[in-house]
Design a protein around this ligand. Structure first.
Ligand code: GLV
Length: 309
């Protein structure tokens, strides 16, 4: 019984081996492509595996994402859909996402980009700002990450609303369900996308949606690049329908050097760093799931394949 780590350059597998071994030194862990006896591998720990490689493991019993999202697994047209898929749910990951949203929301309301530009010109000019309470943050997606961010942004003093597929109840947060997207958007000053990427949510951040926001609203995208129609964002920034965007995820990552987002003065680009899985923090849940899989017991944090998250 072997665990194989199958990942691309985004994720260094070595710290993962160390963290897993620290939890259980008896584990046999290999890193693809040096996992020659692929018939021994029952558990694959994956991040953006190359298309089709999972077919080389005839005895796989479980696939575990190395992050909170699982869409990167399903991009593979040969993904073995009959196998159970598990994902990471981790308090540190959840907290980091909240911290990134705080940082960018404050960056937006306190005009940090304008002051950075002014500093480059030695220009002393004060702008009026909205307080947290005067600012409504609207969070799309109230799963583990979204619900935590919503509740804690509200505690911090922002006015917060949330939109999700099924109605959620979160302390201090006005919640809207799927068919109330327009009323949700109409009072949102800063829209945060924390949705999972599915066929239903792909391309949802588009011109029609932006037109339902108040003029001059801002966008923080920490979901996936494919949620956003990039040309529609550029057009909305041009007309002033949107004032600014903070983007951490992109359709193509790394963002190509000639992409217009890099040089746009009202877009903040960060390199998919809002919330990075810490192998030390998640090793225990992975090992627990591996042992549950061996016993044929129900797994923790298993993905509902019909929903896609
Ligand atoms: C990061 O994008 C993740 O899915 O954890």
């Amino acid at each position: 019984m072997t665990i194989s780590i199958i990942t691309n350059h985004d994720n260094d597998p070595i710290p993962w081996v160390q963290s897993l071994k620290q939890v259980d030194p008896s584990l046999d862990i290999r890193i693809r492509p040096d996992d020659k006896k692929r018939a021994d591998v029952t558990f694959a720990l994956c991040w953006k595996q190359p298309d089709g490689v999972l077919k080389e493991y005839p005895n796989l019993e479980c696939i575990c994402s190395m992050g909170a999202g699982v869409d990167h697994l399903f991009n593979d047209p040969f993904f073995p859909e009959h196998l159970p898929v598990i994902r990471i749910i981790d308090p540190l990951l959840t907290r980091s996402m909240f911290e990134y949203i705080c940082a960018t929301a404050l960056y937006l309301i306190r005009d940090i980009d304008r002051y950075t530009a002014q500093q480059r010109q030695s220009r002393w000019q004060v702008h009026r700002y909205a307080t947290m309470k005067e600012t409504t943050i609207g969070i799309m997606g109230l799963g583990k990450l979204g619900a935590y961010a919503a509740e804690n942004l509200s505690r911090l003093g922002f006015t917060v609303r949330g939109w999700s597929n099924t109605l959620k109840h979160i302390k201090g947060v006005a919640t809207y369900e799927a068919d109330r997207l327009e009323p949700f958007l109409s009072g949102t000053d800063i829209l945060v996308c924390l949705l999972p990427l599915t066929d239903q949510t792909r391309g949802l951040l588009n011109r029609t949606l932006f037109d339902h926001l108040p003029e001059g609203a801002s966008l923080i995208n920490v979901g996936r690049g494919a949620h956003l129609v990039e040309a529609d964002l550029l057009a909305a920034l041009d007309t002033g329908q949107l004032s600014r965007a903070c983007l951490d995820v992109f359709s193509t990552e790394p963002l190509p050097a000639d992409h217009p987002f890099w040089r746009h003065d009202r877009i903040l680009v960060t390199p998919h760093c809002s919330s990075i899985t810490d192998p030390d923090s998640v090793a225990l849940q992975i090992v627990k799931n591996y042992r549950l899989m061996e016993k044929g017991a129900p797994l923790i944090n298993q993905v509902d394949m019909a929903r896609g998250y």
